[in-house]
Design a protein around this ligand. Structure first.
Ligand code: ATP
Ligand code: MG
Length: 230
């Protein structure tokens, strides 16, 4: 089942009077449940592509369909709604709210959609934090957790709404290799257990190995797109 379709996506940034072509015609079809890495040299367009898919920015040209809905020509307000209901983000730096505990940071994402009772919310947040290995650390604030632990909170926050699509832009870039491996393993486990689709960018070949599909971007175009041999 197709989750996402990109047709000839182009993105050109204006830098003063200079046009910077970041994406030059990307075609891509992603099925539900895939676990995809995007890699390529610095400046090849990975972040730009994830931003287009994540409704954080709109393409200069081309069309994007998410679940069959055309999202490439929506207003900022409409895009925000699509994001809130369908997409989870994990960034390079965890972007947690420093004054809130791990529990509260994850709960916050859930409160924004506001469909659950207090008890249901509590249960779901505790369960998710346990899943990412933070049982007993629910009441710590980001300053009282390690980098790897904070990134786990960020994963829990991205997944708590059970989004169809999780986008992660270099999610392990700020972690040592042990924590980086833990983070990608948690992402793999979530993908297997919950069936959400993951697309993540990385410069790390060891992390890339965990993907089941490898998309190589070069110069704003897909240079190769390979599936892992079973
Ligand atoms: N806001 C912007 N304004 C102007 N140019 C931009 C902007 N964002 C990105 N670019 C340019 O677009 C191109 C693609 O950038 P992008 O950030 O997508 O690359 P990337 O593959 O994510 O690189 P990295 O591996 O360094 O994160 C680069 O040439 C970059 O300089
Ligand atoms: Mg980038």
């Amino acid at each position: 089942m197709t989750l996402l379709e990109l047709k000839q996506i182009k993105k050109t940034y204006l830098q003063g009077k200079m046009e910077v072509p970041a994406l030059r015609g990307v075609d891509l079809i992603v099925d539900k449940g895939e676990f995809i890495t995007i890699f390529g040299p610095s400046g090849s367009g990975k972040t730009t592509l994830l931003n287009m898919i994540g409704c954080l920015d709109t393409p200069t040209d081309g069309e994007i369909y998410l679940n069959g809905n055309r999202i490439s020509a929506l207003s900022k307000k409409e895009l925000a709604l699509i994001r809130r209901n369908n997409i989870g983000f994990i960034f390079q730096s965890h972007n947690l709210i420093p004054v809130l505990t791990a529990y509260e940071n994850v709960e916050f994402a859930l409160l924004l959609i506001g469909r659950l009772s207090e008890g249901e919310t509590r249960e779901r947040v505790f369960k998710m934090l346990a899943k990412v290995g933070l049982k007993g650390k629910e009441n710590r604030k980001p300053g009282e957790l390690s980098g790897g632990e904070n990134q786990r909170v960020a994963i829990a926050r991205a997944l708590i709404k059970e989004p169809k699509l999780i986008l992660a832009d270099e999610p392990t870039a700020n972690l040592d290799s042990e924590n980086a491996l833990d983070v990608i393993k948690i992402m793999t486990m979530m993908n297997m257990e919950l069936g959400n689709t993951f697309i993540f960018s990385t410069h790390d070949p060891q992390i890339r190995e965990y993907a089941r599909r490898y998309i190589n971007l070069r110069d704003g175009l897909i240079f190769s797109d390979k599936k892992k041999e079973q």
